[in-house]
Every structure is written in C-alpha cells, then in structure tokens.
Design a protein around this ligand. Sequence first.
Ligand code: F3S
Length: 80
Amino acid sequence: ALFVKVDQDTCIGCGACGEVAPDIFDYDEEGISFSLLDMNAGVTPVPEDLIDDLEDACDGCPTSSIQVEEEPFEVEDEAV
Ligand code: F3S
C-alpha cells in the first residue's frame, strides 16, 4: 500500500494536486494542500483506484511537496 502526506512547509498552494487528484487533496484556509484521506496524517492507505491520480499529482507538483511512502508516516509529536 502507499501512504501520502503533503509537506506543508514547502507547498506553495499552486493547486495542481487537487486538480488531478480531487479525491486525495484539499486545501486549508491558506490554500495549502493536505491529504483529505486522513487530514494529512499519512497513515491511511491510498485506495487502489486513486493511485494513478496520486502519481499524476506527484509528477505535477512544482515543489515536490507530495510525499509518498510504502509505510505509514510517523505521527508527529507537536505537543512537547
Ligand atoms: Fe502544494 Fe504541490 Fe499541491 S505545491 S498545492 S502540494 S501541487
């Protein structure tokens, strides 16, 4: 399975990803992209039928902000 997460520090909100993969990406109030599969946690497997869209989005992102891994992303600990 593949897991996806947007690097919101480098995303410039260009809007390409939501264009090609509207079932995966949405934008916050500042126009920065996030994975709507799990609010950008990167722990929910990308559904098989969305893999092509995911690849298109990766190829099209001008800042390479779309991170894809074969393992779930670590949950970031922001509290400490
Ligand atoms: Fe951001 Fe790249 Fe999408 S810059 S809006 S993650 S195509």
